[in-house]
Design a binder for this molecule. Structure first.
Ligand code: NAD
Length: 284
């Protein structure tokens, strides 16, 4: 029976450690690190995410600057807010909550955020720096995955890691980070021919697909570590991951639950990125 990797507890530990850094920074500079948050439209889920991030900032002693725009805001309106945050010396990180309404070019908006304030790590500059092994802002969810692996004491060098999913926000950066720790990395996706066989070879499985319980417990190599990034809603409204949790736990050495695994780490890493940005580009 695999050990449960407790993301909730680890996220709290990270946030506690961060608070001490925030206090030291604030005392030295006379003002706290700041995160600019931009929400376009009225999507209820996005509003909840933004509220949680702002609450987490407050608890950590980080200032948050809220910018709400209506669903019919123009691209120029969003650009103007990003530009203002880019120029604001009190703002060290900028977060554009995704998804934005369809008439707005989200890629162009992410590129408009100053690479020096790219708290989410989605700017092409951040992705490029990560790809060449000189990371600055690392996307929050895969960054959290690496912290969980490290805290669980998982040996990474030489391990065969299989990442299922190739998105820019989770799969690709997770693969880059595992590679940077000398894992042998396989990236699987929707066109992978024999997913079961690929997963069965993995010492570490990172699942980031978005299909409920699609990775079967019987595919997991005995003793493998399973990190489930997926957050899916079953028909009965309950949450589940991309991995068949109970069956996978029978075989895994370590496994993250959903909820309470990777999810809580994402917000903790956003706070960490904001503070790291302040320390990097607004050094005392
Ligand atoms: P995405 O839709 O952008 O990417 C999904 C990936 O899965 C794609 O690369 C696709 O090729 C791959 N895929 C689709 N069908 C497949 C199949 N049958 N076999 C193998 N691969 C397949 O999704 P995303 O943004 O990367 O998110 C993935 C999951 O992670 C979602 O459930 C999302 O809710 C969750 N997520 C969680 C957090 C968190 O904080 N824990 C953060 C971001 C995303």
């Amino acid at each position: 029976m695999g050990e449960i990797i407790d993301g909730k507890r680890t996220a709290l530990e990270c946030r506690k450690a961060l608070k001490a850094r925030v206090t030291a920074y604030t005392e030295k500079k006379g003002y706290p690190p700041g995160l600019g948050v931009i929400l376009v439209g009225e999507d209820p889920a996005s509003a909840v995410y933004v509220r949680n991030k702002e609450k987490a900032c407050e608890k950590a002693g980080i200032a948050s600057f809220h910018n709400s725009l209506p669903a019919d805001a123009s691209q120029a309106d969003v650009e103007a807010v990003i530009d203002r945050m880019n120029d604001d010396p009190m703002c060290h990180g900028i977060l554009l909550q995704l998804p934005v309404p369809k008439h707005i070019d989200s890629d162009a908006m992410l590129r408009r955020i100053s690479p020096e304030k790219d708290a989410d790590g989605f700017h092409p500059m951040s992705a490029g720096l990560l790809a060449i092994g000189q990371p600055e802002f690392v996307p929050c969810t895969p960054k959290g995955v690496m912290v969980l692996l490290e805290k669980a004491g998982v040996e990474l060098s030489g391990a065969h890691a299989v990442v299922v999913g190739r998105s820019n926000i989770v799969g690709k950066p997770a693969a880059q980070l595992l590679l940077s720790k000398s894992c042998t990395v396989t990236i699987c996706h929707s066109r992978t021919r024999d997913l079961a066989a690929e997963v069965a070879r993995a010492d570490i499985v990172v699942a980031a697909v978005g299909i409920p319980e699609m990775i079967k417990g019987e595919w997991i190599k005995p003793g493998a570590v399973v990190i489930d990034v997926g957050i899916n809603r079953r028909e009965d409204g309950s949450l589940c991951g991309d991995v068949e949790y109970e069956a996978a736990r029978e075989r895994a050495s370590h496994i993250t639950p959903v909820p309470g695994g990777v999810g809580p780490m994402t917000v903790a890493m956003l706070l960490e990125n904001t503070v790291e940005g302040a320390l990097r580009y607004d050094a005392p």
